[in-house]
Design a protein around this ligand. Structure first.
Ligand code: FES
Length: 105
């Protein structure tokens, strides 16, 4: 699946992701600016915050309680479509569009 990362200035980076990887690890591996993933995906940093395309919210399971708690700790404001990208796992044939927030730390 392809992952489309949009920066706050509108620049888009498209990456061919691997099924089973997270949107966070895909970004880190390919040097996408603005996705830090400091804790390595263990839900303890919130530096992988993204805004998920509202049309794609249903492609993923609802945030767990732990993710929901961490979403209160993001550097940029939480929105209805805020997710922690380490919790978004790529599935076969399902492209993902996310926008990176202004600040992560
Ligand atoms: Fe730390 Fe997602 S990488 S919460």
């Amino acid at each position: 699946p392809k992952v489309f990362y949009t920066q706050p200035d509108g620049a888009v980076k498209v990456i061919d992701g691997t099924v089973g990887d997270s949107v966070m690890s895909t970004a880190v591996r390919h040097g996408v600016a603005g996705i830090v993933g400091q804790c390595g995906g263990t839900l303890s940093c919130a530096t992988c915050h993204v805004y998920l395309d509202p049309a794609e919210m249903d492609n993923f399971a609802e945030p767990t309680e732990d993710e929901d708690d961490m979403l209160e700790c993001t550097a940029s404001d939480r929105e209805d479509n805020s997710r922690l990208s380490c919790q978004l796992t790529l599935s076969d044939g399902i492209d993902v569009h996310v926008t990176v927030p202004d600040e992560q730390v």
